[in-house]
Every structure is written in C-alpha cells, then in structure tokens.
Unconditional design. Structure first.
Length: 375
C-alpha cells in the first residue's frame, strides 16, 4: 500500500499561519479542482464568489523555522510574488506537477480572494450570537421581572477579547422598574400624542417623523443636542478596525440623538447618545435588528448608547448594555418619552459641564456601559 499523501496546506492571503488548512488530493487532481475544494472548505468565510474567482499562488513556506516569508504571513499588504516567492498556478495543471513531494509543516498555496469576497468571521459569529439571544428572548410585554444573575468579570487580555464576546452574553435581562426608580417624577410624564403612519415605507416618512420627534422630545430646550437623520448615509453605523471588536458591517438606522457640535463637525456617529429603530408594527424579529443596531452604534460612539425600538404609538422597548448583559425595558408611550427626555436633559447638562471644564455627571438612568468595557 502506498504511503498516505500529506494534505496540501493552504492559507488565505492576509490570514495568520494558524488559519492554514489542508486539502486532500490524488495524482489526477487539477488546480481547478483544488479551487473547488478550497471554496467548499472555506464556504463560511467566502461570500458571493465562484471557484474560478480565486487566484492560487505556489509557495513553499517552512513553518518549522523562523524565516522572512513566515514572518510576513498574516500581513495583508505583503506582495505574494515579491515577498512570499509566489507563482500563479494554472488551473489546467495537476497538483502533482507543481508539488511532487510536499512535506508536512509547509504552506504550499496562498489563496487570493477578490475584494469583497471574504466575510468578516467575527461579524458572522456576532450575528449567530445575537440570533441565539433573539431565540431566547420571551415576549417583552408578558414578562414582568426576571431575577438578576451575577456575571463573573472577564479577562482584559487581547487574546480573550473575541472569545469573551462570543460567550459573554449569558442572558437578556428583562426588567420592570417603577417610575420613581427610573429617576422620573410623575410631573415629568405628560400626555404624548401617537404618530400617524401613512402607507409609505417607514424611512420614506422621515419628513413627518423627524418633526414629530423634535416636538415630543423638545429638542429646542437642549442647547447641546440634536436629532439627526442618518437614513441617507448607508454606512452610518459601519464599524471599522481600531475598536475593541474589529467588526465591519455597513448599515444605518432611522434616527439618532447626538451632540449638536458633532453634526457641524460631520462626525455625528462618534457622538451617538440614543439610537431609534422605527417600525410601523413592531414584531418579535425586530428586537433582533434593534440589538444589532445597539451593538454597532455603541462601538461607533464615545458614549454608552441607549437603543429604542418603537412604532411611535403603543410599543416602546429600550435596550442597553449593563453588567455584562443586554438589558431591556418596555414602557408605555408617555413614560417612554419622559425617560428619553430625562436622558437628554442629563446629557445636555453633561455637555455644558464639559464646556465649563466641570466634572460631568454619571450616565443617566437606565445606567449602562460601553460594550468595550466588557473585555
């Protein structure tokens, strides 16, 4: 019996050597078939590409010693030909023609994926985690109170950041607080008229709901705050590298409350206080979307963000991060608007204190934390 062939180890350009993967082959396997096998092996990492879109480079990088080529692995800016000694493989050649005797612990193929062809693996895991949260979420309107579970602190080491995020949200805590425990006085709660949707899609009605929000939130009384309409900015909530989680997701939302100066400076996404997700009719699946917007907005903003999922009528659901959990609270319209106004009032006071070089207040109730503090 002939000796078992060593798998041909491959690596996607820009990935670290720990992401190398082996492909089994026989003497008749062509490079074109190798592309097919790679596409199947990496189906969860590639997006909207076919196997002919892949470019394969023949290399010979020894992983048993320290060398310049090995050091260059993981750097997406290295030149495969000049820095890694790569040569493009012809799809009509067989593997054995180019690799007659591969040895173990060597990378022989660098895979070049076209721009836009690689999914963000961390984002995929985040979406899967949020999907799990959504499935566990009970009907907010029927849940009165859920006991709080103590969550152990997590390591702050860079190595554990991503792992802790994937496993970090042990539950969603649905809370039910009396008005006095929300920092509100009964005098703060006034009658608020419901918004009347027309037949158009939600975002097409921004010419009507923006003035409505300006009115009920009394934006003119807060000198340092503004209501901003990001619907024309498709990547308003895109997350980039350089934040605790290198998530990348191009998205926007319906309305945000931001620091007024940030609009003039053209960086409103960095100063989001409150994010609104508006629906004509709020359904269970919309909570999942609101959680995603909370996550991306919190990662973009300098502040701990409060998310509001609402139909501007009878459903007002709040989401925020606190004590290693996602917490959520449902209020009727008058109390919900009062809570938002209280948050805006305290945010306005905080900004004025900063302008006067005074120490700012604590975050307004509900008390919440930046997502990056979880790591």
């Amino acid at each position: 019996m002939p000796p078992k062939k060593i798998p041909l180890f491959c690596l996607v350009h820009g990935n670290p050597e720990t992401s190398a993967f082996g492909i089994k082959y026989d003497k008749n396997t062509t490079v074109d078939e190798l592309k097919d096998a790679i596409l199947i092996k990496k189906k969860n990492a590639f997006a909207n590409i076919d196997s002919p879109d892949l470019t394969l480079y023949q290399v010979n990088i020894d992983l048993t010693t320290q060398n310049a080529q090995r050091t260059a692995l993981g750097n997406p800016n290295v030149n495969i030909v000049n820095d890694l000694g790569g040569q493009v493989l012809s799809p009509v050649d067989t593997i054995e023609e180019n690799f007659p005797a591969p040895t173990n612990k060597h990378i022989y193929v660098i895979v070049m994926v076209p721009v836009g062809g690689i999914k963000n693996e961390i984002l995929v895991r985040l979406e899967n985690k949020l999907d799990g949260i959504y499935k566990k979420l009970k009907d907010i309107k029927n849940v009165q109170q859920q006991s709080e579970q103590q969550i152990p602190s997590v390591s702050a080491s860079n190595r554990d950041k991503i792992q802790e995020f994937h496993h970090g949200f042990d539950n969603i805590e649905v809370i039910n607080l009396a008005i006095k425990h929300l920092g509100l006085d009964t005098n703060d709660i006034v009658n608020v008229d419901a918004f009347g949707w027309d037949e158009r899609d939600e975002r097409a009605q921004n010419d009507r709901y923006i003035p409505y929000l300006n009115q009920i939130l009394r934006i003119g009384t807060y000198r340092t705050l503004a209501i901003f309409d990001p619907t024309s900015i498709a990547d308003f909530l895109t997350t980039d590298a350089g934040i605790p989680l290198p998530l990348r997701q191009a998205s926007t939302t319906d309305v945000v409350v931001v620091d007024r100066f940030s609009v003039v400076a053209m960086f409103p996404e960095c100063h989001i206080r409150i994010v609104f997700e508006l629906k004509k009719n709020v359904e269970n699946k919309d909570r999942y979307q609101a959680l995603k917007k909370l996550t991306t907005a919190d990662l973009k903003s300098n502040y701990a963000v409060l998310a509001v999922l609402t139909d501007l009528n009878d459903t007002w659901v709040f989401f925020w991060f606190e004590q290693k959990k996602v917490k959520t609270l449902a209020l009727q319209r008058n109390a919900a608007v009062a809570l938002i106004n209280n948050n805006m009032k305290l945010a306005n006071q905080e900004n004025i204190a900063k302008e006067n070089n005074q120490s700012g207040r604590e975050a307004p109730l509900p008390k919440r934390q930046k997502l990056k503090r979880f790591f």
